[in-house]
Ligand binder design. Structure first.
Ligand SMILES: [Zn+2]
Length: 248
């Protein structure tokens, strides 16, 4: 009974649907794959972020109003003996902090310890206070005119909203009781920091671009790829952004 209808169907017509079903399936799969890869080409914020240029905050590039500082971590609560924190209430970007920890672990292997984080994330309000305090010092202690005091502060202190510390990606590394620029720590940082994604942000030879006097203690996290490239090409962040902003 069961075999009869099958037998009655001609061989070709029995095989045709068998062939058609998988080929239709294949078409669907291929179509889905094409759609997926097409969608993927639009849905790639992660890979865009990987290659995106580091954020630039300076005198002419204030921190964007929507810059997200949520998720920053309180450095004092990081369980490590690789650094101490000067002010208990200091926060920083978590990825940058992780990179700093691996940098400090390797520095310790080279015999360099007793690192202190003197500064990391700083709010715009806190920057305003520092700015005011410095201005008053130049006016009252150094006796400078308003104009001269202003110029003196501008050379040393970033305007509120224009400090790289607002990003949470910058750290001021010090060694308590020592002039940092004279320590082997400063030399080590300048030699190795790019391998952990950091740059010495304000160097003497780039003052004309950064507008900030040399600060061997101030490191800025930009990611390993960018940091190494900047060192390789001897570009400060301003020059780097200028060179590559149109090529990504
Ligand atoms: Zn700094």
């Amino acid at each position: 009974m069961l075999t009869d209808p099958v037998k009655s169907v001609p061989q070709a017509s029995r095989e045709t649907p068998k062939k058609d079903v998988p080929s239709l399936f294949q078409v669907l799969v291929i179509g889905a794959l094409i759609l997926l890869s097409f969608a993927a080409s639009f849905l790639r914020p992660a890979s865009a972020e990987e290659t995106a240029l580091p954020i630039l905050v300076n005198k002419s590039h204030p921190l964007p109003a929507d810059y997200d500082v949520t998720g920053f971590i309180l450095l004092n609560t990081v369980e490590t003996d690789l650094f101490t924190v000067k002010n208990k209430n200091t926060y920083a970007d978590p990825e940058a902090t992780e990179a700093l920890l691996s940098l400090l672990a390797d520095a310790r292997k080279d015999g360099l310890d007793k690192w202190q984080i003197s500064e990391a994330y700083r709010s715009v309000d806190a920057q305003q206070k520092i700015w005011d305090k410095n201005y008053q010092k130049y006016r009252n202690v150094n006796g400078l005119s308003k104009k001269k005091a202003l110029q003196a502060v501008e050379r040393r202190v970033a305007k509120p909203g224009c400090s790289e510390h607002h990003t949470g990606l910058a750290f001021d590394m010090t060694v308590p009781g020592k002039a940092f620029r004279l320590t082997p720590h400063a030399k080590w940082l300048a030699t190795h920091c790019q391998d952990y994604g950091f740059i010495i942000r304000y160097t003497k030879d780039k003052e004309k671009y950064t507008g900030i006097t040399e600060e061997p203690w101030h490191i800025r996290y930009v990611g390993i790829e960018h940091a190494r490239k900047m060192v390789e090409e001897n570009l400060c962040l301003e020059e780097y952004i200028e060179k590559y902003q149109n090529s990504l």
